[in-house]
Design a protein around this ligand. Structure first.
Ligand SMILES: NC(=O)c1ccc[n+]([C@@H]2O[C@H](COP(=O)([O-])OP(=O)(O)OC[C@H]3O[C@@H](n4cnc5c(N)ncnc54)[C@H](OP(=O)(O)O)[C@@H]3O)[C@@H](O)[C@H]2O)c1
Length: 289
């Protein structure tokens, strides 16, 4: 009914559904990955500060060692964390990530944020106005060299807005393949989505359920949690699906990849069943209340 993968500007293809791993405790993530692999997931999203990186590496190694999937069948994404923006740190950080994940290469490495965090005399100092620690352009050039060395197949960004992307596109040798940003019906970012589409940059939607593990701090002014939004529940019921499946479908049917996190085995399996229904144009736009 719809494609399960999207083609990147660099030529490879990325499965639209991936497993997020942030806040997945070590131990639980290995079982989650086993179930995800059985359910057909091939795309796994990691980050430098994920506490479960070594467990993810073990699970990937076991999968390949047992011959369940070849390296080419997996799509592993990780990120360059903000303390490694100095150009001389980029290759070392990539090698450390590969070592922890027990891989020879990453399919996609994202600059986690346009803002670096500097290490000034042993203290971590966030980048702020008037204090430019490292230009994201210099960091990007070092990431391009990591592609040249074969350590990563593609490079991309995360949490970049339109003007940050424009600046990068005006100077880059390798175009960012993807931009991973928070996207869901409460945060649709239409200008950014249109811009990325027009430039062929693949979008990866993080927190597709609005990150219920970290509830909105607005107290009684908080919106209804996305998974409990009554309009969305109605749509889910109409299609014989769950709210989570509808929230995933919202992205993948318009070619946006998404990486819902779960360590609950039934939820992981349920999320793979999102290719047998279609949201109408109206259903894709009516959940903002
Ligand atoms: N690039 C970035 O800056 C950035 C930022 C944030 C996140 N991310 C990535 O995006 C991934 C996903 O985002 P996220 O973790 O923020 O939030 P999310 O995927 O929106 O939500 C995950 C939470 O929803 C729960 N959940 C999953 N399926 C459910 C279901 N069917 N019904 C009810 N609850 C359900 C999970 O609980 P259980 O695990 O207990 O099932 C978990 O607590 C992260 O893991 C991370 O890899 C990237």
């Amino acid at each position: 009914m719809s494609s399960k993968a999207v083609t990147l500007p660099s030529g490879g293809s990325m499965p639209l559904l991936g497993l997020g791993t942030w806040l997945s405790p070590p131990g639980a993530v290995q079982e989650a990955m086993e179930v995800a692999l059985d359910a057909g997931y091939q795309h796994f999203n990691c980050a430098y500060f994920d506490q479960s990186k070594a467990d993810i590496g073990e699970a990937l190694k076991r999968t390949m060692g047992e011959g369940r999937l070849k390296r080419d069948d997996l799509y592993v994404v990780s990120k360059l964390w903000n303390i490694f923006h100095a150009p001389q740190d980029v290759k070392l950080a990539s090698l450390e990530t590969l070592s922890l994940l027990k891989l020879d290469y990453l399919d996609l490495c994202l600059m986690h944020s346009p803002m670096g965090i500097g290490n000034i005399n042993g203290e971590l100092v966030p980048q702020k106005d008037g204090l430019l620690l490292h230009s994201d352009v210099d960091t990007w050039r070092a990431m391009e060299k990591v592609v040249d060395k074969g350590l990563v197949k593609s490079v991309g960004v995360s949490n970049f807005n339109v003007s940050q992307l424009e600046r990068l596109l005006s100077v880059c040798r390798i175009k960012p393949a993807a931009n991973q940003v928070e996207l869901h019906p409460y945060l649709t970012q239409p200008e950014l989505v249109e811009y990325c589409k027009s430039k062929g940059i693949v979008l990866i939607a993080y927190s597709p359920f609005g990150c219920p593990a970290l509830p909105c701090p607005l107290g009684e002014n908080s919106p209804v949690p996305l998974l409990e939004n009554p309009t969305m529940k109605e749509i889910a019921q109409k299609h014989g699906k769950t709210s989570a499946q509808v929230l995933i479908r919202f992205h993948i049917q318009r070619g946006i990849a998404t990486i819902p996190k779960s360590i609950t085995l039934a939820r992981i399996m349920e999320k793979a069943e999102v290719y047998d229904f279609h949201l109408t144009r109206y259903e894709s736009r009516c959940w903002k209340d």
